[in-house]
Design a protein around this ligand. Structure first.
Ligand code: ATP
Ligand code: MG
Length: 548
């Protein structure tokens, strides 16, 4: 991160004072879903700071809850982090520390700092008290060390049912901090684990496992989001009472939220499971894989995250800010092209039948080094349905009967005739062109106000265009009686059959283009086949042109 921030300041001081000789951070996702843009923030911070201080950044899968975790998620997370442009120094799995965690738990029991409790989950919740009221001690709290050791071992050996016993820390049931009211450290769960198989039927809780994982790895600064601020005393308690060799410092920063989206693996999963979206990489989701498939670049995402800064606050960032950064990144990189999303045929009646001419067009006027392309022009072309109105309002500068417009890279055409079907729908226009007005010829005879994009009908390639709107709109929140799945914006995906320039026949998945007047598009890697090219709109242009 280029700018200074409070975490960087702490790290710098710790190096200068000699508290640490090296900065070690980790990004610790739980593999229970796909990474989202919020995680990108944590990745940029953890990897970025380690890089800046020439330190070490590890990727650690916090895989302590086998019920929700899966190898697919592990693989996708690795892919996404690499795609964002970061390399981890070490790859760790929390599950590799299960033996050591168990030993540390036994140590706590021996020190009378932990006990096996038979209360049910519900009773534990009741006994815990509230923010204003202290908790109540469990009747099992004062079991002897011997009894606790015996019961904990039998928990491990599989003698007890799920939920029948837990191991709890013995801290303080009257603490004003609820997290310190004898938190659960281990639970029984007869579940196979993606890494350890059936070796374990007890699994550690996050608050117990996480500090141990950090300490084992000698993490110096354990960065997390502010909702863990109240857990910090417990984090420090575990490090101290488990007699860990190193003492990582937990530092919290504000989480990234973006408007008009759902930002949590847990909340995104139902959309995927219920097939409301097209997988975890649906271009409407705020997942890294969704952004990638939509056509966002790693550069744009990193720049966006940098721009949101590092602080304790966590207001929602406008989604438009993300769009700004992808436009900025693609401006000079993406070739320009023309595509018609809702075709209307135009016959140029005075253009010779059978004749085709090739026109020169720059690939990117803002980046002339990209060269030029050739586009065919002939008697029949497609224009956008929205670019014609039979009875236009004032200040409509596109095509209407009798009006003349410019075809980008080609000629002026004038609308002479409107052809309709039996129901009165416009199905074709008859126009004339003026040979004198050829683009690049220096023609100055007269001016027209509208410039339309078009494709040659005889050679155009059919293509599918997918236009997106937010999946969920924040302003619908008032609709509280609806479940989140029912709040899906029904216009969030619009699929159109259109045409593209013939020179695009060899595009590859993930190629990005700027379609004149329509915005930036990405070749969809999932649905594009040899027969059919599918484009995802990444963002529209900032221009006033908006396809409804
Ligand atoms: P989710 O609700 O999506 O599962 P999580 O915080 O439970 O989020 P983890 O897999 O535990 O997901 O997250 C890995 C790391 O990413 C954690 O350190 C977490 O604090 C961080 N992180 C998650 N969401 C955000 C966010 N919106 N902004 C910044 N950091 C985040
Ligand atoms: Mg989580």
């Amino acid at each position: 991160m280029e700018n200074s921030n409070f975490i960087k300041t702490i790290m710098k001081e710790d190096l200068e004072s000699g508290k640490h000789s090296e900065i070690i951070t980790r990004f610790p996702p739980e593999p229970n879903g796909y990474l989202h843009i919020g995680h990108a923030k944590s990745i940029v911070i953890n990897f970025g700071l380690a890089e800046e201080f020439n330190g070490t950044a590890n990727l650690r899968f916090d895989d302590t809850n086998p019920l929700k975790e899966d190898q697919e998620y592990v693989d996708s997370m690795k892919e996404d982090i690499s795609w964002l442009g970061y390399e981890w120094d070490n790859l760790f799995f929390a599950s590799n520390y299960f033996d050591e965690m168990y030993e540390r738990a036994v140590l706590l029991i021996k020190k009378e700092k932990a006990y096996v409790d038979d209360l049910t989950a519900e009773e534990i919740r009741e006994y815990r008290g509230t923010l204003t009221e202290g908790g109540k001690e469990s009747p099992f709290r004062n079991r002897s060390v011997e009894e606790n050791l015996d019961l904990f071992e039998r928990m491990k050996n599989g003698e007890f049912e799920n939920g029948s016993k837990v191991l709890r820390a013995k801290i303080d049931m009257s603490s004003p901090n609820i997290n310190l009211r004898d938190p659960v450290l281990y639970r029984v769960s007869h579940t196979s684990h993606h890494n350890t198989g059936d070796k374990w039927c007890i699994y550690p809780m996050y608050d117990f496992a996480h500090p141990i994982e950090d300490a084992i790895e000698n993490v110096t600064h354990s960065l997390c989001t502010t909702e863990f601020e109240d857990h910090r005393p417990l984090y420090n308690w575990v490090i101290k009472e488990c007699e860990m060799n190193s003492q990582p410092q937990q530092i919290e920063f504000g989480r990234l939220n973006v408007t008009n989206t759902v930002m949590s693996k847990r909340k995104i999963k139902p959309f995927v499971d219920e097939n409301v979206v097209d997988g975890w990489d649906d271009p409407r989701l705020p997942t890294i894989s969704g952004f990638r498939r939509r056509g966002f670049t790693p550069e744009a995402i990193r720049e966006f995250v940098h721009a949101t800064g590092v602080s304790k606050g966590s207001g929602a960032v406008d989604e438009q800010m993300l769009e700004h950064f992808v436009r900025e990144d693609l401006k000079l990189k993406a070739p320009r092209t023309m595509g018609v999303l809702r075709p209307l045929k135009v016959v140029i009646t005075n253009y010779p039948e059978g004749q085709v001419e090739m026109l020169d067009a720059d690939i990117n006027p803002e980046n002339p080094d990209m060269g030029t392309r050739q586009i065919p022009f002939s008697r029949e072309i497609y224009i956008e349905q929205e670019d014609f109105m039979e009875n236009p309002p004032k200040k409509y500068f596109r095509l209407f009967p009798g009006n003349e417009v410019r075809l980008k890279h080609a000629y002026f055409i004038k609308c002479e005739d409107v052809i309709k079907d039996d129901e009165g729908n416009v199905i074709e226009l008859h126009c004339t062109y003026d040979q004198e007005t050829k683009s690049g010829s220096g023609f100055t005879g007269r001016k027209v106000k509208g410039t339309l994009h078009w494709v040659d009908a005889s050679q155009a390639i059919p293509a599918e265009f997918r236009l997106y709107e937010p999946l969920i709109r924040d302003e619908d929140e008032s609709n509280s009686e609806k479940s989140i799945l029912e709040r899906v914006n029904e216009n969030s995906l619009q699929v159109l059959d259109g045409f593209i320039e013939p020179n695009m026949k060899d595009v590859s998945p993930q190629d990005k283009f700027q379609f004149f007047r329509h915005g930036y598009f990405n070749v969809d890697p999932k649905h594009t086949t040899d027969e059919r090219i599918v484009f995802n709109r990444i963002v529209s242009l900032k221009s006033s042109f908006k396809l409804k």
